[in-house]
Design a protein around this ligand. Structure first.
Ligand code: SF4
Length: 383
């Protein structure tokens, strides 16, 4: 009997243009043939793996990218139809599609809702046109607002806004204005990410000439987000994520709760059947590998069978991303030893510095601890 739940992610690696800070698997101006071959591969990949998911109920679907809405609606519909045919998607599944402000039309938004999409994630990034320009985004604040209105009018009741801090030319005041603007629209969920300079991107290459706000200002922006969003009814439930009550992202919670998910498409990751793996991020290599049957291993960029040790490390790493952290009773039941016997001593300096709260029942990062989570995790975990 089907009683286990599963998340499904579909990756659409196409965008209208490439933002200079972005290292996601996405290409601008893909030709028709590339898109069509990729889509066929994606459909085949989903169908081939569906027998493995027999007995699972898909309660979250996330179509991300890239910019999924750069696909013609009929192509996105094909993907959705195949998904519904090959997997058991529950009636109340959370179904998210990522959109870019410059790509949402009234017609497209209405189609998304008609096809069962009930959550949309849209990248505002900043409410300042100068900052959007500095980021190389192709939309203005006005474009965004128009898209937001279109989505609401079409009946999308659950919207996430992506915001960014640490943007060239940004100040703490301008970021606070962005927060105020975002909150005034009343989205159900807000993600606020610090800009990362990723190797291989134009931003990384030109990092010395970017007018970045600086570390202190960036930390202030993080604190502003935490305080302002909390005061306005958003729970800071994960390092970069804030939600109104009951509106945590079900799909992302699967990642952080170590629950099973299957990802399809170039660079998509999966954690399923005791194995965690990621597909190659080269679009042609992915397409070729699926077309040739996907049996020879060329489709994988990484593949790792879980061991007891890797499962434990990953569990702690992911739980520490969440506000509630590690529940010590659950940890002990899962791993057969007390959390403190392994971690209390390692965590002491961070506890003394106010970055970690280690109580009798749980252990979690504080707001300051979340800001430096990478440093803390790399010090305490066995990698
Ligand atoms: S729209 Fe998103 S995925 Fe596309 S290039 Fe910009 S940041 Fe990357």
């Amino acid at each position: 009997m089907a009683n286990k739940t599963l998340g499904v992610y579909l990756h659409i690696p196409f965008c209208l243009s490439k933002c200079p800070y972005c290292d996601f698997c996405s290409i601008p101006d893909a030709d028709k043939r590339t898109k069509s071959r990729y889509l066929s591969a994606l459909l085949k990949n989903m169908t081939q793996l569906s027998p493995q998911a027999e007995g699972y109920l898909v309660d979250s679907v996330f179509i991300g990218g890239g910019t999924p809405t750069t696909l013609p609606p009929q192509d996105l519909k094909k993907l959705i139809d195949t998904l519904y045919r090959a997997y058991y998607v529950t009636e109340d599944a959370e179904f998210t599609v990522e959109v870019n402000p410059a790509t949402v039309t009234k017609k497209y938004a209405e189609l998304l809702v008609a096809w069962g999409v009930n959550r949309v994630s849209i990248g505002l990034q900043s409410a300042d046109d100068g900052e959007l320009n500095a980021l190389g985004r192709i939309h203005t604040v006005r474009d965004f607002e128009e898209s937001y209105r279109i989505l609401r009018d079409a009946g999308v009741e659950n919207i996430n806004l992506d915001l960014m801090y640490g943007i060239p030319t940004q100040t703490t005041e301008s970021f606070l204005n962005t927060l105020k603007y975002a909150v005034s629209l009343g989205p159900e969920h807000i993600s606020a990410y610090g800009l990362q300079l990723e190797p291989g991107t134009p931003f990384f290459e030109n990092r010395d000439s970017l007018a970045l706000p600086g570390e202190d200002a960036e930390y202030s922006m993080y604190c502003y987000a935490e305080e302002y969003l909390r005061e306005n009814g958003y729970e800071h439930y994960e390092i970069s994520n804030y939600a109104k009550p009951g509106k945590r992202c079900r799909h992302n919670m699967k990642y952080w709760n170590s629950e099973p998910y299957l990802g399809f498409g170039a660079a998509a990751h999966s954690d399923f059947g005791g194995c965690r793996y990621g597909y190659v991020s080269d679009i042609r290599a992915y397409t070729d590998a699926v077309e040739s049957g996907g049996q020879d291993g060329r489709i994988y960029a990484e593949r790792e069978i879980h061991t007891p040790a890797s499962t434990e490390t990953e569990y702690v790493m992911l739980r520490f991303r969440l506000r509630e952290g590690v529940d010590k009773k659950i940890y002990e039941a899962l791993f057969g030893r007390s959390f403190d016997s392994k971690y209390a001593q390692r965590l002491e300096p961070f506890e003394a510095g106010g970055f970690v709260k280690n109580d009798e029942d749980s252990c979690r990062l504080t707001t300051d601890g979340m800001y430096v989570s990478n440093t803390i995790l790399s010090s305490i975990l066995d990698f």
